[in-house]
Structure formats: C-alpha cells, structure tokens
Design a protein around this ligand. Structure first.
Ligand SMILES: Cc1cc2nc3c(=O)[nH]c(=O)nc-3n(C[C@H](O)[C@H](O)[C@H](O)COP(=O)(O)O)c2cc1C
Length: 154
C-alpha cells in the first residue's frame, strides 16, 4: 500500500493536530489548505464570514502546494465541521481535486455535531472519487481514529 496523502484545513488548530497525529502513526505527506485571504483572528468576524460563505455555497480562493495525484490512492482530508457542513475553502479544494479512483477518508473535527452533512456535501461538490468515508473527532484527546483510518485504507 502506498502512503496516504493528508490534506488539512484548520482555523483554531485542532485539524492540524489530527493531521499530524495521522502522519506520525501512518505516514504520508501532509499539506495545508489555506484560504488565500486568511480568516480574521477575531472569532466573531470569522464566524460571520463563514456563515455567509456557507449560505452562499461560495468557493473562496485557496492556496495549496501542487499535488501529484498519481502518487497515492488514499486521500485523508481533515477539517472542522462548520455549520454542520464543510468549510467552503474545503469545497474549493474538493471541487478542483483529481479524485478518480481515490479512497477519501475524512476526519471531521467538531464540538458536538459529528460529521453532520459534511460527507453528503462533499459528494455534491465532486462525486468522482471511489468512496468518501467520514470519522467524527470531537474529543481532542481521543486518538482512536488512527486505527479506524488504518482499517479504511485501500
Ligand atoms: C464558523 C464555525 C462554525 C462551526 N460550526 C460548528 C457546527 O456546526 N458543529 C460543531 O460541532 N462545531 C462547530 N464549530 C466548532 C469546530 O468544528 C470545532 O471547534 C473544531 O474542532 C475546530 O477545528 P479547527 O481547530 O481545526 O479549526 C464551528 C466553528 C466555527 C469557527
């Protein structure tokens, strides 16, 4: 099995930590999906902007290193649940991703709503992958997702 490729988007750092834990236990390259115009460090400002982007189903510009899609089968995508859905920079990433034949494993960082509508919403953005699975991570001290990811790898 080739090493997975790990992409993460984070605002407060939890998804970054999860991505680093996956990389430490399973291996693979890790890249960050960044909004080209960074979100404000003011939480309320970001909450308002994220809500607007969610309502508009917008595709904000992102900045991410080039990805060699042919080099892996398993894409591990780590991001927070925003409004029971995907942060819209993740939608931008997923829309432009070359997902044919890929096994996508999502780790959804959240405070209480689990994976919400994230997996359905990812399918709506791009339905070309082989599979999209979602794992909820609501307890920052829980690392049991490592074994779940391992068992999901192709
Ligand atoms: C704009 C915004 C919307 C959020 N919406 C939800 C939500 O609907 N359900 C939930 O459980 N958590 C929600 N959260 C909490 C985050 O999903 C949670 O704190 C997550 O661990 C943050 O991950 P991060 O540190 O990688 O940004 C929201 C946070 C923000 C900033």
């Amino acid at each position: 099995m080739a090493a997975p490729f790990i992409c993460y988007f984070t605002y407060t750092g939890n998804s970054k930590k999860i991505a680093e834990t996956v990389q430490a236990y399973i291996g693979g390259n890790t890249v960050e999906i960044r909004a080209t115009t960074p979100y404000s460090s003011n939480y309320q400002t970001t909450v308002k902007q994220a809500q607007q982007e969610h309502n508009d189903l917008s595709y904000p510009a992102i900045t991410i290193p080039a990805i060699n899609w042919a080099s892996f089968n398993n894409l591990i995508l780590v991001f927070p649940n925003w409004y029971d859905s995907i942060p819209r920079p993740v939608a931008t990433f997923f829309k432009q991703a070359d997902l044919k034949g890929k096994n996508v494993i999502c780790l959804v960082s959240n405070s209480s709503s689990g994976t919400g509508d994230c997996i359905t919403d990812l399918h709506d953005v791009n339905d070309e992958s082989e599979t999209i699975d979602g794992i909820s991570v609501s307890d920052p001290s829980w690392t049991g997702y490592v074994d779940v990811v391992k068992s999901d790898l192709n």
